[in-house]
Design a protein around this ligand. Structure first.
Ligand code: BTN
Length: 253
């Protein structure tokens, strides 16, 4: 029996057999209504799932979790929005760490890896009102029971492949809702130092000297030191610290 023990996340759940994209569905809802905070949209199958940087997010029907949750973090300044990314990444990390003994890491900015394989992608779409965030669509795709990954997704894996057993989708979803609520409430309470320090603790390759490439293809070795307040990745290389936006650095691993 799934644990449905949350105050608001997932209390209202709209389930669909198929949707183009749960993020897109919520974005359309927000034009004409204001769904209660924590309302979740879940689809067994997305026909036009969206990923980061304009990529698509393609997964097999019925095998995975593809869902979006709406928050209204009016308390959060737009310039601090990366704390929301961190809180969401930590929630997913906790939900996955609950079902595997293997190390679960956050690859900046918010991919979730088991070992070196991507299990989850997160797409957060904020709309702003002046200096603050008005609404935030938290899109989460977790590869759960899918057993084959092709082409572009070859770095991808699933919980099932990593743990050796199938995982109940509803159990995982309600566990995720619970962690999401817990980390979001910490953010609402202003506990940003705690959020950042736990995020850094779980950050993939932090403190390790590893190879990367610049956007222009030049390769370099560097050590991830952390993330700046704007969410840029700080890498020490050649005796100085460089800041990277998402498109500016590629991990070689
Ligand atoms: C990434 O590129 O890593 C982010 C992928 C985010 C996928 C999820 S699945 C549920 C939600 N709806 C979407 O269309 N995308 C997000």
């Amino acid at each position: 029996m799934p644990n449905k023990n949350t105050l608001f996340v997932g209390k209202v759940l709209r389930r669909f057999t198929a949707l183009p994209s749960t993020n897109e569905y919520l974005a359309n809802c927000l034009i004409s209504e204001r769904p209660g905070e924590g309302t979740a949209i879940v689809a067994d199958h997305q026909t036009a799932g969206r990923g980061q940087m304009g990529n698509t997010w393609d997964t097999e029907p019925g095998q995975n979790l593809t869902l979006s949750v709406v928050f209204y973090p009016g308390f959060l300044l737009a310039r601090d929005q990366f704390y929301l990314n961190q809180a969401v990444a930590l929630a997913v990390r906790d939900a996955l760490a609950n079902v595997t003994e293997k190390p679960v890491k956050i690859k900046w900015p918010n991919d979730i890896l088991i070992g070196k394989r991507k299990i989850c992608g997160i797409l957060i779409q904020n709309s702003l009102s002046g200096p603050n965030i008005q609404s935030s669509i938290i899109g989460i795709g977790i590869n759960v029971n899918q057993k084959e990954f092709a082409g572009q997704l070859s770095r991808a894996s699933s919980l099932c492949l990593e743990t050796g057993h199938e995982v109940d989708l509803d159990d995982l979803m309600y566990s995720l809702f619970s962690f999401l609520e817990s980390w979001y409430l910490r953010l609402r309470q202003g506990r940003t130092k705690e959020i950042q320090s736990v995020y850094l603790k779980h950050l993939f390759q932090k403190g390790e000297r590893c190879p990367y490439t610049y956007r222009d293809g030049r390769s370099f070795y560097g050590t991830i030191l952390g993330v700046d307040p704007a969410g840029k990745l700080m890498i020490e290389t050649g005796g100085r610290v460089e800041l990277f936006a998402i498109k500016d650095v590629v991990y070689v691993y």
